[in-house]
Design a protein around this ligand. Sequence first.
Ligand code: PHE
Length: 352
Amino acid sequence: MASLEGLIEAWDGEEVVVSFDESAGAWIFICIHSTALGPAGGGTRLKVYGSPAEGLADGMRLAGGMTMKMAAAGIPFGGAKAVLAVRELPDEAARRPLFLRYADTIASLQGTFWTGPDMNTSSSDMDTIAERCSYVFSRSEELGGSGNPGPFTARGVYHGIRASVERIFGSAELDGRSVLVQGVGSVGAPLAGLLAADGATLLITDVDAERARTLADGLGAKAVPPEDAIATECDVYAPCAVGATLREETIPSLGARIVAGSANNQLAEAADAERLREAGVLYAPDYVINAGGVLYGFGREVLGWNAEQIEGALSGIGGSLTGIYEQADATGTTTLAAADELAAARLAQASA
Ligand code: PHE
């Protein structure tokens, strides 16, 4: 793993803001990748990493993905991500001082960076941030925010899965289609519920076996051990947890025809998109299919959308993917290249 300074020197983003919170033993990295389309927006990830540099590298990669996500979704925000790299996940008492300290850093950026929840952070953490500054989405609904975006990210992924299934099988009907949901947290769990309601044959896996089992029992799904996830035969593999599950070593054993899930950075490297294409797998570019959360947050908190407008934007994710699939076929490229082109065109338009 490169050093902190090596990572920062090599990065193609605009700015990294670093601080260390001594009382929590937490490194705080705010990675601002691009402000070309507007203030940089991105979630706050709280996670234990092997080293601070691993946390920074994760934040940088995720921030680049946010730039593409905002551009592809047509949201006038740039891309960023914040990582709070902790030695262990803080308990309730330790959480508040850490988030207040972090909020002061966000406040000092005066609106260059806006945040929202991500892995291991929630609306109540956003409420804490809001005590110090207003540059935050997804506060609790009781406090005037738009609440947990997870179910809306899930709904966007659901529409994306339908569009992908239609592309491969000629009908968007999920009845009888098998879908493996990997990771049943704030997005994977509501996604599993939507799929089950449509009659999909549901397979569920999670690093927390108990969590997988409980949800599977409730939905009439089958629980699968995490180590079997990639190779399990199914129509759709929906990664909804950590990234980089699709790599040179795992792609040959993939048991699904379609990859369509909510995780950020699903591919270890861009070349994996070509590997998937060669294997005959349809890949829904992660930053396109998982934009439901930011669309919801931005739509409700900035544009004042009603339920119908939100659902229109979320079902639009299916339409965007269909367009990307057609473009990829027409030009003989990967679906990722087609999505990148769409996002790049929006970014180029902004800088012109
Ligand atoms: N975790 C969200 C994502 O990756 C970040 C987010 C959600 C930001 C909602 C703002 C509002 O897209």
